[in-house]
Design a protein around this ligand. Structure first.
Ligand SMILES: NC(=O)c1ccc[n+]([C@@H]2O[C@H](COP(=O)([O-])OP(=O)(O)OC[C@H]3O[C@@H](n4cnc5c(N)ncnc54)[C@H](O)[C@@H]3O)[C@@H](O)[C@H]2O)c1
Length: 422
């Protein structure tokens, strides 16, 4: 029997409408892979738990995994990113879903444990909380080899698992799907890149002519810098990696330390995966200009020092949906998006379905790969096989009607050989 806890079951119809629009924009997951899964049932008898943003796109993934024969359990990977209508629709469709918008930290982990209690064979994580909880609270399932393989969807989660592996405490086969080419070069760059628009959803602000500081120049943040510039902003990039900083400079952005960038900034957006990108000090807070918009698109709410900003402010006023005005002792007002949490998911609906088609095609094919090869894996990080990465590229191209060249045998031998020179 399906188990679930959602905010409001009566929202299911609205959720189905949202799922309907996503289906058509995700042809690889919702059509190509699903039709094959329906026939072949490669996931029959398998339980899959996902700790993911509960959006319409995640719903499409759940439908495809179920079409393949899996029992699916879902919980949210961020307390503010769950779309309650989608959660309600999925519960009605037979997904074990434990998620509602605005859950507390305690409730967040309760939802994770509900999924783990179903003894899933495959864990699909976004940020690491599901798999870390499995290590901390479910040692018996770990010892019994219940978790055949795990997938991590985002950069922050991959970093956590690399740290676990280094300390010798990663006890499951872990596929960093985030690092596949078909994922981070599209989902992170295009999806999060377009997430700068969350500042517009938040404050209905004009980017043209503004000074917009983008913290980081990695996959997500380089996309954000590009989109902010496209909207007419003067973009300043801050970085800690010299090569990334040079790339930003040669792409035409101003590059400087955060302390120098802050005083002129009209909009500051972070996506670094790092803590306290703006240092939590009075000195730094006093540099912030009156009226500045602060938003974070990195996984956790620690890039902007939200807690310390709340403590420093003499008044906090909710002024628009998911935007708060913080009034400082010096009278300056700053506008904080989404309580410092993933602004693109909280203020809007997260990545567009077209992009998630590739990420979730990857999760679907990787689930099938894990089932087929489970006896061969050892605990530790295992890269996504190149054939699967490439296959998703081909399927996506095909779905949008684009053909490309293939190597001739002569060309293949040339680029894999060394004998031909000058
Ligand atoms: N909002 C979303 O929908 C979404 C989607 C994908 C990833 N993410 C998250 O976004 C974050 C970034 O992911 P990514 O794939 O771009 O990672 P990445 O490693 O490609 O890029 C991060 C960049 O930030 C830089 N950096 C680190 N600390 C910094 C600091 N203190 N100041 C300035 N720059 C700093 C790094 O040098 C690096 O270039 C992660 O937390 C990831 O999980 C969010």
């Amino acid at each position: 029997m399906v188990k679930y806890k959602v905010a409001d079951e009566s929202l299911a119809e609205k959720g189905k409408e949202a799922l309907y629009t996503a289906e058509r924009k995700m042809p690889v997951v919702a059509k190509v892979i699903r039709e094959r899964f329906e026939k072949e049932k490669p996931l029959k008898g398998v339980t899959i738990a996902g700790c993911l943003h509960i959006t319409k796109e995640t719903g499409i993934l759940a439908r495809t995994l179920m079409a393949g024969g899996a029992e699916v359990a879902l919980c949210g990977s961020n307390p503010l990113s769950t779309q309650d209508n989608v959660a309600a629709a999925l519960a009605e469709e037979g997904v074990n879903v434990f998620a509602w918008h605005g859950n507390t930290d305690e409730e967040f982990y309760w939802c994770i444990r509900q999924c783990l209690d179903l003894k899933p064979n495959i864990l699909i994580d976004d940020g690491g909380d599901l798999i870390v909880t499995a290590h901390q609270d479910y040692p018996n399932l770990l010892k019994a080899g219940n978790f055949w393989g795990c997938q991590e969807e985002t950069t922050t989660g991959v970093k956590r698992f690399k740290a676990m592996e280094k300390q010798g405490v990663l006890n499951v086969p872990l596929f960093p799907v985030n690092d596949a080419r078909c994922k981070n070069q599209f989902d992170n760059e295009l999806g999060t890149g377009q997430g700068v628009v969350s500042a517009i959803y938040g404050m209905h602000v004009l980017f043209a002519g503004k000074i917009c500081v983008i913290c980081g120049y990695g996959h997500c943040s380089s996309g954000m810098a590009l989109r902010a510039r496209g909207l007419g902003a003067n973009v300043i990039v801050t970085e800690v990696d010299p090569i990334k900083a040079l790339q930003a400079r040669f792409a035409g952005y101003q590059v400087m330390p955060i302390k120098k960038a802050i005083p002129g900034a009209d909009i500051i957006l972070t996506a670094t995966g790092c803590k306290h990108v703006i240092a939590p000090t009075k000195e730094m807070f006093e540099l912030l200009k009156d009226g500045v918009i602060l938003g974070n698109l990195g996984h956790f709410d620690i890039e902007i020092p939200t807690k310390e900003l709340y403590e420093y402010a003499k008044e906090i006023k909710p002024i628009r949906k998911d935007v708060e005005e913080l009034i400082f002792p010096n009278g300056n007002r700053i506008y904080l998006l989404a309580k410092g949490r993933l602004a693109n998911l909280v203020l809007s609906e997260g990545h567009p379905s077209e992009v998630m088609d590739m990420s979730f095609a990857l999760q679907s094919l990787m689930s099938e790969y894990i089932v087929k090869n489970k006896d061969k894996f050892k605990p530790g990080m295992i890269p996504v096989p190149e054939e699967i990465d490439d296959k998703i590229g081909f399927l996506k191209l095909k779905s949008i009607g684009i053909e490309i060249d293939t190597l001739t045998e002569e060309q293949y031998n040339y680029i894999h050989g060394y004998t031909e020179g000058t």
